[in-house]
Design a protein around this ligand. Structure first.
Ligand SMILES: [Zn+2]
Length: 301
């Protein structure tokens, strides 16, 4: 009995000690599991934070683009020219020399208006295109005062529509690189609505623009072109009616002031030595000051 009682007691102790070990183990497992859960929660949380920050970075991307856009707009504003100057140089076709080459060497867009039918017309048109310049037809048109030359090319009041059309198509055959036309003289023809409507129809058909040289105050050139949908504009300043260096400089200053005030100024000069001299001197200064130069095709609408 004593023995069995002892055994019982030791059994109980044994059971108790096992229970205690179990309890300790249970605690340890619980602590281990808790630590694991906490560790998983922390690592999960930090992973989520990482994803969040990536998401935030992605969300920031459009803001960065906006900032880039706004800064480039700012740069564009800074780069916005003081004014745009369009230079049309008339009466090419007579010469092919250092003077005409000098205009081609001007490092800006220049529109060369070439009179058809002269010895150098075709040759110079090709040279101008090769030099990266724009070429237009400088169309002889009837003046209100007596003039000579280009009789077989001149557009005159009293001509039939067919005659006007034939003449324009002939000069476009001679200078196919021309993208537009302006008038040589023409103080009578450009005031004739019927004639200018025919000119407009042909230019519309041939996809050319018309720049009115405005040799007459009552010209209907621009109006006739607009009614048919030919891209058009008018000359603002003549540069060299007086051929002295001082007067050409003064006229160029007027053109520059016009461009600054109105955004764009269209000037017409002629293929002559003093005009070239003034342009050679002034163009670098104007570029440095922030003016830009464009072809006639830029000015028409
Ligand atoms: Zn002319």
């Amino acid at each position: 009995m004593g023995r069995s009682a002892f055994r019982k007691t030791s059994d109980v102790r044994y059971i108790n000690s096992i229970a205690m070990i179990d309890k300790i183990m249970y605690k340890r497992v619980t602590i281990f599991l808790s630590i694991t859960v906490i560790f998983l929660l922390i690592s999960n949380y930090s992973a989520l934070r990482k994803l969040d920050s990536i998401g935030q970075k992605r969300d920031l991307t459009p803001t960065i683009i906006v900032e880039e856009d706004s800064s480039s707009i700012d740069l564009q504003i800074l780069k916005e020219p003081l004014g745009t100057i369009v230079l049309i140089i008339d009466d090419f076709g007579y010469r092919n020399d250092l003077i005409s080459d000098g205009f081609l060497k001007l490092n800006i867009p220049i529109t060369c208006a070439i009179i058809p039918g002269h010895s150098q017309s075709k040759i110079f048109a090709e040279k101008a295109i090769n030099a990266g310049k724009e070429v237009i037809i400088h169309m002889p048109m009837e003046s209100s005062v007596v003039t000579s030359g280009e009789e077989e090319y001149k557009i005159k009041t009293g001509m039939t529509s067919e005659e006007v059309e034939w003449r324009i198509n002939e000069v476009l055959k001679e200078i196919p690189s021309a993208v537009g036309m302006n008038n040589h003289q023409g103080s009578k023809a450009t005031t004739d609505g019927k004639i200018m409507s025919v000119v407009a129809s042909v230019l519309k058909e041939r996809d050319k623009y018309f720049l009115d040289s405005r040799t007459a105050a009552n010209t209907v050139g621009e109006k006739s072109m607009r009614s048919i949908g030919v891209p058009t504009a008018s000359r603002h300043v003549f540069l060299d009616n007086n051929p002295s260096i001082d007067q050409i400089s003064a006229q160029l200053d007027e053109l520059v002031a016009f461009a600054k005030k109105r955004g764009i100024g269209i000037g017409i000069g002629h293929a002559r030595p003093n005009t070239l001299k003034v342009l050679e001197t002034k163009i670098p200064e104007l570029l440095k000051a922030g003016y830009k130069f464009e072809f006639g095709s830029y000015a028409v609408n």
